[in-house]
Design a protein. Structure first.
Length: 714
């Protein structure tokens, strides 16, 4: 297949030349009604848009826009990408509802750096939160223009018209109507978002708030969906790269002669960058095995058992994040003080699709399909690394097979671009093996959390000292009413043996595990029900709503069978308050833990696609069971020993709860909040608390393995 033929996969008819200005881009765009807007040009206050001032006469800065085309269909251009979270559906719903068009007529053009305006990347459950009000406002602006055009065409005052189902209709006589296609034919109207835009109220929604099957579902279940490694260009060569055993290794010697002797094999060598290529990926792998290398490996400092002491010794940079009252006074006045330390090991993203990139360098321009959450960041990195003009790097739209924060980093893209530039005119593909994925993944950081807390004799918390080593402050805003408190962060420049980075709600699963385990310990010290203890000490209404919703759905008061236990964890992330309640069954002979049921109660504002929310909650619970029960990177300082799913166990079907429920608080009149990551943060804490409830074993380190359960029981 040739590069130009691949465009048939994409959803746009736009051909935008590289390096054009915003004004030139809009000139190049075809006819219709185009509404441009910038995420940075507006602030959202209490669900309403407030626009910042612009310089008169200038083309406004914009990083997203929609276009009502001359055939009546609608394109929405955004720098966001689809990696399984479902925004290809929910963003289309938002637009369809506000513009009054059928959902199937909306095309999402996402993440193509030559077609869409700049976007920093897709992460943090931010897409719906920040795009929802703006896309709705842009659609409402377009709807208003269409009504104005219809008023002229039908000779009916605008007040006597309404938009519905892709046309404008007379309110008094529905036989008098005109389609959007006719209204836009032969016209080109470009506007930026107005100062005041009237968007629909919740009781007017027709599409928002209803469940729709994912728009990419059929493609994905039939195998028709295209991922990076599915791009097969004419003359494509598969590349394999010689790797050291450990990070920080130095190449001492190499011998590529045997690999070079294989028919059809190309070998590239620049310093310690050794690449073998072949038209058959298996032959490329065989040739790589024939490359002889010797590396100097760094000395061992710590492993996955001793890393926590290493963290406490080296993470010495302290920053106080939250504080109030007087810690010394709170501790002194508490009738009971509890101090504990909690650990969490390194975790891999382990997406089913490993990092991959396919590229071709022709006539000075690099065209690439890459599994990246940051298309524009990838483009910038390649431009910098290869000294290419930015406009000569084109990142194409593609589906991702999971990202979870791990595909923010683009090493495989740099490798592929480097090879493609050397082999100008020859398409190349780099697809990491599973071992390479574990080797070069930016792991979720191992972390240590120390908590000291105190309460009075009635169970009211009075003292809270939370020291967090290497997990950050996400989700650490205190929603418990504790007058004397401090949350401090500890980190340092040379703490970790390999790269660490974002992993779904970065750091929040670790700190929520520690906080909610500790809250349960405080409740047990005075024999108070964990639900009652939380309600007694909470001061945030949204947290309370999520807790009560989950408890009611779960049936907290019901008795459980022998050997079963229930546990709660409450947290907040991406603007959403979430409560996870799980029921577990613990085998006290083996220490094995089986989660049989889970409830995810969320206060997340407006829910765009309830089915999408349920899918995200289920995915979070399932993935969360991995970090809670089985996932733990094994390493010997800079050598990563975990290499595949036989020695790094992600959740299997046998681990998945029989029932996962995901109720949400009815708040359709409030702005939407994050839905992709909040439900994962409390899984570890809820499971730890349920294990204690089932058998009395308090485990202070994740994952909660059978060995740790048995040790805690003894």
């Amino acid at each position: 297949m040739k590069p130009e033929q691949i465009d048939k996969f994409y959803f746009s008819d736009v051909n935008s030349p590289p390096g054009v200005t915003r004004r030139d881009f809009l000139k190049k765009l075809g006819g219709g009604i185009i509404i441009i807007f910038s995420l940075g040009a507006y602030t959202v206050v209490n669900g309403c848009l407030q626009k910042k001032e612009e310089e008169e006469g200038e083309v406004p800065e914009f990083n997203a826009f929609l276009r009502v085309k001359e055939d009546g269909t609608v394109d929405c251009y955004s720098g966001k990408i689809e990696m399984g979270q479902g925004i290809i559906t929910s963003l289309a719903q938002i637009l369809a509802d506000e513009l009054e068009v059928p959902l199937e007529s909306v095309n999402m053009i996402m993440g193509d750096t030559d077609l869409v305006p700049y976007d920093a990347g897709t992460w943090g459950s931010m897409t719906t939160r920040f795009h929802d009000p703006l896309i709705r406002a842009a659609a409402a602006e377009a709807r208003g223009i269409l009504v104005e055009l219809a008023s002229e065409k039908l000779n009916i005052p605008a007040a006597g018209l309404k938009a519905e189902a892709g046309k404008v209709v007379s309110i008094e006589n529905n036989k008098k109507s005109v389609s959007y296609a006719k209204l836009t034919k032969g016209k080109k109207i470009v506007r930026s978002l107005g100062e005041e835009v009237h968007i629909k109220k919740p009781d007017e929604f027709k599409v928002i708030g209803k469940s729709f099957t994912r728009r990419d579902a059929l493609e994905k279940v039939t195998g028709a969906a295209k991922y990076t490694a599915d791009i097969n260009l004419d003359g494509l060569l598969y590349a394999r790269i010689a790797r050291p055993l450990a990070h920080g290794s130095k190449l001492i010697s190499s011998d590529i002669s045997e690999a070079e002797s294989i028919n059809g094999v190309k070998v590239l060598k620049e310093d310690d960058f050794i690449v073998v290529l072949h038209a058959d990926p298996e032959m490329a792998m065989r040739a790589l095995d024939m490359v002889k290398t010797e590396w100097k490996i760094p000395d061992v400092i710590a492993d996955n058992e001793s890393i926590f002491e290493h963290i406490k010794k080296t993470a010495t940079d302290k920053r106080v994040r939250h504080e109030g009252g007087d810690l010394a006074k709170g501790r002194k006045e508490s009738v009971m003080v509890v101090e504990e330390e909690y650990h969490d090991g390194y975790k891999a993203h382990a997406p089913i699709e490993t990092h991959a990139a396919t590229a071709v360098f022709e006539e000075g321009k690099l065209t690439m399909w890459v599994s990246s959450q940051t298309p524009f960041g990838t483009r910038q990195e390649i431009s910098d690394q290869l000294s290419l003009p930015l406009e000569m790097v084109h990142i194409k739209q593609i589906f991702l097979g999971g990202g979870f924060g791990g595909k923010i980093y683009n090493q495989q893209a740099i490798e592929t671009a480097r090879i493609a530039k050397i082999l100008e005119g020859t398409p190349v593909q780099v697809m990491w093996t599973r071992k390479e994925e574990f080797m070069y993944d930016m792991f979720r950081s191992a972390a240590v959390m120390k908590i000291g807390s105190g309460m009075d004799k009635t169970g009211k918390l009075n003292y809270w000292n939370f020291d967090i080593y290497c997990a950050g402050d996400r989700g650490t805003n205190l929603f418990y009413n504790i007058p004397n408190h401090q949350t401090a962060l500890f980190d340092g420049p040379d703490v970790h043996p390999f790269g660490t980075g974002a992993w779904r709600a970065p750091g929040n699963p670790s700190t929520t595990f520690a906080r909610e385990s500790h809250i349960d310990i405080m409740a047990s010290k005075i024999n108070m029900d964990p639900l009652e203890f939380r309600l007694k000490n909470m001061n945030n209404e949204r947290a309370i709503r999520s807790l009560k919703l989950a408890a009611e759905t779960f049936g907290w008061e019901k008795e459980l069978p022998e050997g079963h236990g229930k546990g709660i964890a409450v947290g907040d992330d991406a603007g959403t308050f979430v409560t996870i309640i799980v029921e577990v069954k613990v085998d006290t002979q083996t220490g094995s833990v089986k989660v049989v049921r889970a409830v995810v109660g969320q206060d997340m504002g407006q829910v765009v696609n309830p089915q999408g929310v349920a899918i995200q909650a289920e995915g979070c619970v399932n993935m969360g069971l991995g970090y809670a029960l089985t996932e733990d990177i094994e390493f010997n300082w800079k050598e990563v020993k975990s290499s595949n799913f036989d020695n790094y166990e992600i959740p299997r079907f046998s681990m998945i709860p029989e029932k996962i429920e995901s109720p949400t608080v009815d708040a359709m009149d409030e702005p939407p909040q994050g839905g992709g990551e909040p439900a994962i943060i409390g899984v570890g804490g809820a499971v730890a608390n349920a294990v204690f409830n089932a058998c009395g074993a308090r485990v202070f380190r994740m994952p909660i393995t059978p060995e740790r359960v048995l040790a805690a029981m003894s």
